[in-house]
Design a protein around this ligand. Sequence first.
Ligand SMILES: [Zn+2]
Length: 433
Amino acid sequence: MNTLRLIHARTKARSLGYNAVRILNIYKRYGLSNEKVRKILIQFVTDIQRYNIQPTFPVTASVVRRTPTLFQSLEQCGVEFALHGFKHIDYTQLAIENVHRHWEQGLAIFKQCGLRNHGFRFPFLRRDPLCLNTLNSHAFLWDSSDVISWPLPKTLLIPQKRVSDYQSILETYQVKDARENVSLPYFIKSLVEIPVSMLDDDILVERLGFGVEQIDSVWQSIFEETYKRKEMFVLQLHPERYLECKMSLLRLIKKISKMTDVWTPTLSELALWWSERTKAIDSIQIKRIDGKNYQAITNAADRVTLIIYNNVKGKEDSMFSDEWKPVPSAYRIVSRVKPVIGIVPECISKYVDFFNQEGYLFEEKQPDTRYAIEIDHRSSDSPVVEFQSYLNSAKGPLLRVWRWPRGIRSVFAVTGDIDGLDFWDYWIRFYGN
Ligand SMILES: [Zn+2]
């Protein structure tokens, strides 16, 4: 990519003034050697490991190549790294053969340095379908470049100018609104996509100018919402701003560490779980065992939880609503209706991703079978996001594989891109190649 094209792409994402201030801040923060950031990184890791949380840091391969021993020693302590490009550039602006070359160079550097690598995050969280295809052709388990944006707490009073400023940066991320989307992993071909939750430290500190109390309020409210919705909060904090956000992060982590129903995996652990759960869904067999009853059998690992709607009523359960109840992996269901969704073939493509993501069992509607709930052209008019409540109107028992491992209600993970360790890394980043 030539320099003019790169600068154009960068200024489209963030203004030149913003970049100038940011580089000045980075110079002040890090200086010319990596000594300062080395200490901050180690402090970040040590602080959160105290609460049994391992962070996942996507890092550009050019940074790893300059300081391999730091990353090797952190990995030995349990920290997880992922590839964040070969250089910190906008890959949507690069010819596709060069994108391939960068992934290969990046993977080779990780290998030479003895670092494991299962995942990827696009620099600036910017990607396009072509770039995603290249990832699918390399051996990555997951990508984490999707962005889900949570609304600001209503109690925070923010000048309109600042709100429009942060909204303009969110637009460059092709963000999904949390009010209309679930915050859950999903598959893009063979890749597990793990959305990052916004607002992150970049927007909170640089764009909104927030201090500790306000950052607290934003992150606590995102966590409360994901806990209530039984979803996932992947918190992004660039190590370069760890000291500014440390108090807020640690307050939240301290609270979460006391909750037994919140899982705090690395992003690879999360992706492995999502693959395991998907295999479990595929393995479930529903058999008619006599004239009246069905049996659901799965050979999935113990931590995969089958839940059933509308079968056991009036019993309280701390994790699921009254209507949903966890069941054993081999389960006899007294029911004349098949405990899955029966759907007309024309509507399958509209809902297949939703059913797979949410763990609903479904099949093409057969004329001689009665189902827990049926979906035809009329019932498929409602948008996917409203579909959950329609499914809750099922007349008979309906099986579902729960989102998380046994006993888990919601997920919290810590991630943060390492775009550079000293001023020179950032200088190279700004000017690309
Ligand atoms: Zn980055």
